[in-house]
Design a protein around this ligand. Structure first.
Ligand code: 13P
Ligand code: SF4
Length: 309
């Protein structure tokens, strides 16, 4: 760690991790200084798998609330800490448990898929979860020709292009990805004519239409190492470039939109990680009855055969 002040804080974090038998996991959109102290950095699916496997007493989850909840559901015996209690996901708040119950009543007999970007209460009401890296496989694994898909209408539209099933979408979206427009991509194509364009499936269908590839953040990490391309434009949260630049110093990465920031993901910094470990806050707990039902939806996702990992 270059910065001496940060090195001091990072050292203290290391001591506290040992003292409490804690591990730090961070989403790919977290700020650099947080990724630097994390034991594991990944996408939503990788983080939920990691949370289930990790052998520790405490998980410090650097991400947003629904992710920490998923970790708490998968590891009820561990203490899950979210260093910033107000780090939420506006898309996850676009559907409530009662919305989901009403929706299922309106479409009886259909399976309901919910993106992991939902609250534990919503996960408890749906049939199976998915992430951006396995949504198509999850839908394909289900019986029935019509599937309810919530809350992201853009991810739903992406899935609909890759399955013969009829996808009935909820009207939600991620403000960060939905705010990346065709003109942003065209502008970057003009600036970097040699670059390949990779976008996240939470982007608008018309943006997906003009992209070269559609990848979850985890897939972007893997492909960045393998591609022969030297310049890549990323249609996703702008912070994604941090890890990719660090791991691929011979390549250049540009955000499709410079201001595509998820403000909730940016609420956690090194000081908050330290305070979280010092004061053991903020504990994320899910009531057992909800946790048990949500676990069913998450486990079904993790266990389906052929699911991309
Ligand atoms: P993934 O990490 O699964 O690609 O999801 C991106 C995201 O928006 C997380 O909130
Ligand atoms: Fe939610 Fe979008 Fe932020 Fe992900 S990037 S946490 S979906 S608002």
């Amino acid at each position: 760690m270059k910065n001496t002040k940060n090195a001091g804080i990072a050292g203290r974090i290391e001591e506290l991790k040992k003292k409490h038998n804690a591990v730090i996991i961070a989403h790919n959109y977290q700020i650099g200084e947080v990724q630097d102290v994390a034991d594991f950095v990944g996408d939503s699916l990788e983080l939920s798998q990691k949370a289930a496997q990790i052998e520790s007493d405490i998980i410090v989850f650097c991400g947003v609330h629904f992710m920490a909840e998923t970790a708490a559901i998968l590891s009820p015996q561990k203490t899950v800490l979210l260093p910033e209690k107000d780090a939420g996901c506006p898309m996850a708040d676009m559907i409530t448990a009662s919305d989901m119950r009403e929706w299922k009543k309106r479409y009886p007999g259909r399976n309901a898929v919910c993106y992991v970007n939902t609250t534990a209460e919503v996960k408890a009401e749906c049939d199976i979860c998915c992430t951006s890296s396995n949504a198509v496989e999850v839908v394909e694994s289900l019986d029935g020709d019509e599937i309810l898909f919530a809350p992201d209408k853009n991810l739903a539209a992406y899935v609909a292009r890759h399955t013969d099933k009829k996808i009935i979408p909820w009207d939600g979206y991620c403000y960060v990805h939905n705010n990346i427009h065709v003109k942003d991509i065209e502008e970057k194509r003009r600036l970097y004519p040699e670059a390949e364009i990779w976008v996240h499936p939470e982007c608008r269908p018309e943006v997906i239409d003009i992209a070269d590839e559609v990848f979850s953040t985890g897939k972007m990490v893997k492909e960045a190492k393998e591609t022969e391309k030297k310049q890549i434009v990323l249609g996703t949260e702008a912070g994604m470039t941090y890890r990719l630049k660090l791991e691929n110093p011979d390549k250049e990465f540009f955000p499709a939109k410079d201001l595509a920031f998820c403000f909730n993901m940016k609420k956690i910094d090194l000081n908050k990680v330290l305070t979280s470990l010092e004061d053991l806050k903020y504990i994320v707990e899910v009531p057992p009855e909800i946790s048990q039902r949500a676990l069913g939806s998450i486990k079904k996702m993790i266990q389906i055969k052929g699911v991309k990992k």
